[in-house]
Design a protein around this ligand. Structure first.
Ligand SMILES: C[S@@+](CC[C@H](N)C(=O)[O-])C[C@H]1O[C@@H](n2cnc3c(N)ncnc32)[C@H](O)[C@@H]1O
Length: 264
């Protein structure tokens, strides 16, 4: 554990996927399972990188609209891939997987130990798993900055979140994640830090600030305390100006883990 991997500055739309596929090295005839595939970016990359033939990698997600988009993208790109609706903690593929991949799709399980055990049970012995998950909120400026900007405007500071609660930062604690995977039937673990800078959505500071205001936790927090979002957005825009590039885009630090493991 401990080898830093990954690039330094990449667009949020493509970053992390190349690194996952490079480490996973899918073969054309392998059964690949992409967990929490969303709109299918990683599934399609696995298909393209391996030269998969029909039926191709299988993406699973709980969001029907994202799966629709994924199917459309696969069709447009002419890539072998299929997408099924399901909760990955209970989903059973038509045959055991050789390789499980995921880009930020595995942190939402209510019972992660049971979910990773279930996933292991549907992977052949010796099969591989490679996924990306976030380190802590505090180490991810792109997520932390909006909350910091809001703090001075809040009537009551938010309760510190449970660091292990299901959600984007559930696997921030590397030792906990390692123990959980080992107990669930995974071995040969590597949990490598990936520190990079994300180019955030939005052509300029105002658009980026507007986008960040919509992020789940912040908008919920402001609504719950009936706080006027306008001054928060202005404070956030001010904070973002320290992270603006010459072309106007905002670039912020992110920290994640790239995890690889083998099914015992
Ligand atoms: C941050 S998004 C990542 C999407 C995609 N992997 C990507 O990189 O573009 C997380 C995805 O996990 C999905 N998800 C969350 N819990 C899930 C579960 N229990 N089973 C399957 N998918 C799940 C969500 O619907 C969402 O599409």
């Amino acid at each position: 554990m401990g080898r830093p991997v990954g690039p330094s500055r990449r667009h949020a739309g493509t970053v992390f996927a190349d690194e996952i596929i490079a480490q996973a090295a899918p073969e054309p005839d392998e059964q690949v399972l992409d967990i929490g595939c969303g709109a299918g970016a990683l599934t399609l990359l696995a298909s393209r990188a391996s030269g998969a033939v029909e039926p191709g990698p299988l993406g699973v997600d709980v969001s029907a609209p994202l799966l629709e988009l994924a199917r459309r993208r696969a069709g447009e790109a002419g890539l072998a891939a299929r997408f099924e609706h399901g909760d990955a903690s209970a989903f059973v593929p038509d045959r055991p997987a050789d390789l499980v991949i995921s880009r930020f799709g595995v942190m939402f399980f209510a019972d992660p130990a049971a979910a990773f055990g279930h996933i292991a049970a549907n992977v052949r012995p010796g099969g591989r798993m490679v996924f990306a998950c976030w380190q802590s909120l505090q180490e991810n400026d792109w997520a932390f900055a909006p909350l910091q900007a809001a703090l001075p405007f809040l009537d009551t500071p938010p309760e510190p979140p449970d660091p292990h609660a299901p959600g984007p930062f559930a696997f921030q604690d590397r030792d906990r994640l390692a123990g959980l995977l080992e107990r669930a039937g995974w071995s040969n673990l590597a949990i490598d830090p990936v520190e990079t800078h994300l180019v955030l959505p939005g052509e300029d500071i105002e658009t980026t600030a507007g986008f960040m205001m919509q992020l789940g936790p912040l908008s919920r927090l402001l609504a719950s305390q009936e706080i006027d979002p306008a001054p928060v957005e202005a404070a956030l825009a001010d904070q973002l100006s320290a992270h603006q590039r010459a072309d106007g885009r905002v670039v912020m630090k992110s920290a994640s883990w790239q995890v690889s493991a083998e099914r015992r």
